[in-house]
Design a binder for this molecule. Structure first.
Ligand SMILES: Cc1cc2nc3c(=O)[nH]c(=O)nc-3n(C[C@H](O)[C@H](O)[C@H](O)COP(=O)(O)O)c2cc1C
Length: 337
């Protein structure tokens, strides 16, 4: 048996070697990940994306502080089904001591395949806590946070960051954590100032390749198989993280893997209904309400999308979704997407 020597601030612990699923995925070929999205990548959506070829799926970001003081709701949010594996829980926060507690708790109660740390969120509420992209600009604290997770959970640890946050770019960040056992890095090729708009910088991801030996995932702006191929070619990354490109289009993963699916409107409706049933099964009525946004994404681009959306934003029951999308939807004039 292999052992890994992990150091904590005041004592040394012996842990079983981290079973690194990232290495296994890399051996199989390019890796296509469902990137974390708060309010979106819940278990139902992750299951749908997994069934359409996502190689690894990330949770919504979970607060390390909430997990430290009042964990129940967050632990509920992080539950998952076996078929989602490999499943990565993403934590955000800024206090190493909270990350330590959160990582230990998540490893014990949720048992995901990996833990990811958010160094990319630009949202004001998160910035105020010096978390997300704000934390990325603080090299000393960033390192402490990563160490806290490494020391408290015997799981592969990954990080997700921006191309730059203030004066700290991805390269400086990677150099700073060069001696830590980080298994994977996802770089969103936009700066913190860019938020979610504008071009992703592929050059910095290519440059990052020279400074990081683990699994490197490129992220930002992939909405088609062509985008994914171009990005991987230009960056030399081991795979890609896909976020908005999967909204209402979870089959993007299969399409990227050269299995161009011919998805007709009727198929989209069936997938949307399956997703809705799963959301209902997992969350009850709240799941149906939360499906409204997904349903609008599913129908976007259809000739009668605005008519459908007017109905879909009000749904409260699965039967209503079924009647809007399937039974009553004979009125589709021009089924092309
Ligand atoms: C609605 C939404 C929620 C997001 N939530 C998270 C999050 O919880 N954690 C995170 O690291 N990134 C989050 N992101 C950023 C995405 O993971 C991704 O980096 C970004 O959208 C760029 O990729 P894309 O161009 O493929 O969308 C979020 C993005 C969106 C649109």
């Amino acid at each position: 048996m292999f052992f890994y020597q992990g150091k904590t601030s005041d004592f040394t612990i012996k842990m079983k070697k981290r079973q690194d699923f990232w290495k296994e995925l890399k051996k199989r070929g390019k890796i296509y990940a469902l990137a974390p999205m708060a309010g979106v990548t819940d278990s139902a959506f992750r299951q749908i994306c997994k069934s359409y070829g996502a190689d690894v799926v990330y949770s919504e970001m979970a607060s390390a502080t909430a997990l430290t003081f009042n964990p129940k709701e967050t632990l509920d949010m992080l539950k998952f089904e076996k078929m989602e594996r490999p499943y990565v829980v993403q934590l955000f926060g800024s206090k190493p001591e909270h990350f330590a507690v959160a990582a230990k708790l998540v490893a014990k109660k949720i048992k995901p395949d990996g833990i990811d740390i958010n160094f990319g969120c630009p949202v004001k509420k998160v910035q105020k806590q010096h978390a997300g992209a704000s934390l990325m600009s603080d090299l000393r604290l960033s390192k402490k946070v990563i160490e806290a997770v490494l020391e408290n959970a015997n799981l592969p640890v990954s990080v997700k960051m921006r191309s730059a946050s203030g004066k700290i770019d991805a390269i400086k960040f990677l150099k700073n954590i060069g001696n830590l056992k980080v298994s994977a890095v996802m770089i969103h090729g936009r700066t913190m100032a860019q938020g979610h708009a504008g071009e992703a910088d592929w050059k910095i991801i290519r440059e990052a390749r020279k400074h990081f030996r683990g699994v490197l995932l490129a992220n930002g702006g992939i909405t088609s198989a062509e985008d994914a191929r171009a990005m991987l070619e230009k960056t030399g990354a081991d795979g890609a993280g896909i976020a908005r490109g999967a909204l209402g289009r979870p089959w993007i993963f299969k399409n990227i893997k050269n299995k161009k699916l011919k998805i007709k409107n009727e198929d989209v409706f069936k997938i949307a209904l399956k997703h809705s049933r799963l959301a209902y099964k997992l969350k009850g009525k709240r799941g149906v309400i939360e499906m409204r946004k997904h349903l609008c994404w599913y129908v976007s681009g259809m000739s009668n999308a605005s008519e459908l959306r007017r109905e879909l934003v009000k749904v409260e029951k699965i039967n209503k979704i079924k009647s809007i999308l399937i039974t009553d939807n004979k009125k589709i004039l021009n089924p092309n997407i």
